[in-house]
Design a protein around this ligand. Structure first.
Ligand SMILES: [Zn+2]
Ligand SMILES: [Zn+2]
Length: 220
């Protein structure tokens, strides 16, 4: 029986090794979340810098909001304030966008509540929450809400990238796909996998090298 990956943006069917462990998300999607979480510390530096930049040099503009583009308001929004007691809101009844820390805390709280022996991090900074979620991500990926978590973190990263203009870049890989032979492989900055948009497969560098070796041997 084939079970699709729970991420709404993913068309992978889970492999036996994934369903055996109860994974709801495919391994490439889990790695994508790891990449997002790993980028949080750097992201904070960039966001803090953009807040600083926009508060200096224009002392007479107090009380005004810049109407064009993502401005200081968006940056301050995404950095907080928030309360650690915020109730998790899976149905999106909250208005506005929650700050990074509130989004991360929601999933940390949910997982630590469901797994009684897991204690949430002592500090609830963005970095500490991201590190905690990364440490327990395999367990989180087995929960029925894993797809929802993927969607919410993806949306959060989209807002971050909008402000920092640091969206990871995807480039074409000029070699055929090992599965479908299409010239449809791409690599995204920081992604462990090269992915085929045609047959929806993901490949490690080692797998691609092995395929290149086979092709070279066949052509000789
Ligand atoms: Zn997936
Ligand atoms: Zn392919």
């Amino acid at each position: 029986m084939s079970q699709p990956c729970a991420a709404s943006t993913c068309t992978h069917t889970l492999r036996d090794t994934e369903t055996d462990t109860g994974q709801q998300l495919c391994t490439p999607c889990v790695h994508t979340i790891r990449r997002w979480l790993a980028s949080i510390p750097n992201t904070l530096v960039v966001l803090a810098a953009s807040t600083h930049r926009e508060t200096t040099g224009s002392p007479v503009r107090s009380g005004t909001r810049t109407p064009d583009g993502p401005g200081r308001g968006d940056t301050l929004n995404i950095l907080g304030p928030w309360a650690a007691g915020t109730v998790h809101d899976p149905h999106g009844d909250q208005t506005g966008h929650p700050p990074i820390a509130a989004t991360l805390y929601g999933w940390v709280q949910l997982l630590s509540e469901e797994q009684r022996y897991l204690n949430p991090p002592a500090t609830v900074s963005e970095t500490a929450l991201a590190a905690w979620l990364d440490r327990h991500l395999e367990r989180a990926a087995r929960q029925p809400w894993a797809g929802e978590m993927h969607a919410e973190l993806r949306e959060m990263m989209g807002r971050v990238w909008h402000i920092t203009s640091t969206r990871p870049i995807t480039r074409a890989v000029t070699r055929p796909c090992p599965r479908c032979d299409g010239l449809t492989l791409t690599r995204t900055d920081g992604d462990l996998y090269v992915r085929c948009s045609e047959c929806e497969t993901s490949w490690t560098e080692a797998e691609l090298a092995a395929d290149a070796g086979r092709r070279a041997a066949a052509a000789a």
